[in-house]
Design a protein around this ligand. Structure first.
Ligand code: BG6
Length: 496
């Protein structure tokens, strides 16, 4: 069903996120009839632009970035609902004018005073925008009007700044009005982890330390920093990817079953899981955390420059573009089961995958036979691309001799459901409009993520990596990341 009438106000409407993801997602929602008939979008940005210019800019953008062919009959009515306001995010005047515009839009479009503010700006503006919205009375709810705020990442820069930001926005908004976004939670395949685990009787009984040897989470990208050098220099992979996206995957894979699918029950379980990750000490960081930075190389047959040669990156930068970690979870289900996480830019291929390795059989019957390859049972959950789930097991090679080899049983999304033409933001925008925060991060979830990575970041600032750049673009990252597993008699699962 379409949500209640509302206006979406996008701060940072002239930026990349709006044109690449938010606009295509809103278009897809419109196409699926999941926007309310009484609806409008107000873009706010500091770029001077008239309303007509804004409409024609977005009309061009949608043609470039839509995930499905654009139908004018769907686009035209949406275009009529686009408004634009040029202004500085920290000036009172912007918010007075926004208030007037919202009153006018409510009258013109019948949007009934329900507002969703989307903060698609640099993270340095989050606190100011919310304070200003509060001062202008724009986020005050009553029984007839809802007011919600979606906050993009990065949410804070470390544990202290995340706490400070939670505190300052908490002075203006109630927690139920705050939607901290992590776009990985909008991915169908990520949500499917919960269905796979808790909607099937087969897997959950073996989902523990008795049967699982270890878990690997890989988020490999082929792209570099894509002109975001300025942002990336002060951020790095741990803040950009690990604290949020990888920890969300980890929580979905490892959390206990919630007692219901309500927002707080799910987020309680995630918090419990994140709380049971054993934080690394400065000494552990030397052993169990690996950082890397890419050198020039070939990615998909194209020569690409080193990170240090990217625009707006220091020629002696020590920012990491790769990170691998070994983490342990101190609870009854997972004690003694290592979780290996890795993510990086300019790697050999784009793949996000979770690989679960099961324990070997207790006694090997086939010791005397010719074993072509005895490999452990692996369950791989492929988040992107070629979304699917595969189970690897041993099978007898046909013939008179008793020989074994590894074979795979597989499920591909496309075989059953066709392609998924969504951006991931559709679900998240829709959920926010209907007031369902299950797929958004609560204040404690974010802070618990920072609690784990902050000691790593701190340990890394006190020692500079003397060997940067330490991996060639187009490779699988620094050799130290392989050693992290080899030391434990394991290796990174090869992605097909
Ligand atoms: C973003 C990061 O949050 O996620 C980017 O800021 C990264 O650096 C991107 O490239 C990856 O998202 P996806 O959906 O392409 O896996």
């Amino acid at each position: 069903h379409p949500p209640e009438p509302c206006v979406i106000v996008i701060f940072g409407a002239a930026g990349d996120l709006t044109k690449r993801l938010l606009l295509p997602a809103l278009y897809n929602l419109k196409q699926s009839n999941l926007l309310p008939p009484e609806f409008a979008i107000i873009g706010v940005a500091h770029t001077p632009m008239s309303q007509d210019d804004f409409r024609s800019k977005l009309a061009q953008d949608i043609r470039q970035f839509a995930t499905i062919p654009v139908d004018v009959n769907v686009w035209q009515p949406l275009e009529q609902k686009l408004y634009y306001l040029a202004g500085e995010f920290n000036s009172d005047d912007t918010y007075h004018r926004l208030q007037d515009l919202l009153t006018q839009v409510d009258q013109d479009c019948g949007t009934k005073g329900n507002y969703l503010f989307y903060l698609a700006t640099g993270s340095n503006f989050f606190g100011d925008i919310i304070t200003q919205l509060g001062a202008a009375g724009l986020v005050r709810e009553d029984k007839d009007h809802w007011r919600r705020v979606i906050i993009e990442k990065p949410f804070g820069h470390d544990l202290d700044s995340a706490r400070a930001l939670n505190k300052s926005i908490g002075a203006v908004l109630q927690e139920k009005q705050i939607y901290r976004i992590d776009h990985y939670l909008g991915k169908e395949t990520v949500q499917n982890i919960l269905v796979f685990r808790f909607g099937n009787g087969l897997f959950e009984p073996i989902w523990n330390r008795e049967h699982i040897d270890h878990v690997q989470i890989t988020v490999a990208e082929t792209v570099g920093v894509e002109g975001r050098g300025n942002f990336y220099e002060g951020t790095g992979t741990v803040r950009d990817m690990v604290q949020n996206h990888l920890f969300q995957l980890l929580a979905m894979i490892a959390m206990e079953p919630p007692i219901s699918f309500s927002a707080d029950e799910v987020r309680d379980e995630k918090s419990k899981l994140l709380k049971s990750i054993i934080p690394l000490t400065a000494e552990d960081v030397q052993q169990f955390a690996v950082r890397g930075q890419y050198a020039a190389g070939m990615v998909k047959d194209t020569q690409v420059p080193a990170y240090r040669a990217e625009p707006r990156v220091a020629s002696d930068s020590t920012t990491e573009t790769y990170a691998a970690l070994k983490l342990n979870i101190d609870n009854w289900r997972w004690a003694g089961v290592p979780f290996y996480l890795r993510t990086g830019k300019r790697l050999a291929k784009r793949v996000t995958e979770i690989a679960i390795q099961f324990k070997q059989v207790p006694s090997l019957l086939f010791r005397q036979t010719s074993i072509a390859r005895l490999t452990p049972n692996f369950l791989t959950i492929r988040i992107q691309p070629q979304e699917g789930i595969h189970l690897q097991f041993g099978a007898k090679v046909p013939g008179p001799a008793m020989a074994m080899d590894a074979v795979k049983m597989g499920f591909c999304y496309t075989d059953y459901f066709g392609t998924i033409p969504s951006t991931g933001y559709e679900t998240l925008l829709y959920d926010c409009m209907i007031g369902d925060a299950t797929l958004f991060q609560r204040a404690d979830n974010v802070e618990l993520g920072w609690r784990v990575v902050t000691p790593i970041l701190e340990a890394w600032t006190t020692t500079s990596p003397e060997n940067f750049p330490n991996y060639v673009s187009g490779s699988w990252g620094p050799s130290a990341a392989d050693d992290l597993l080899v030391r434990d008699g394991r290796q990174w699962h090869k992605t097909d």
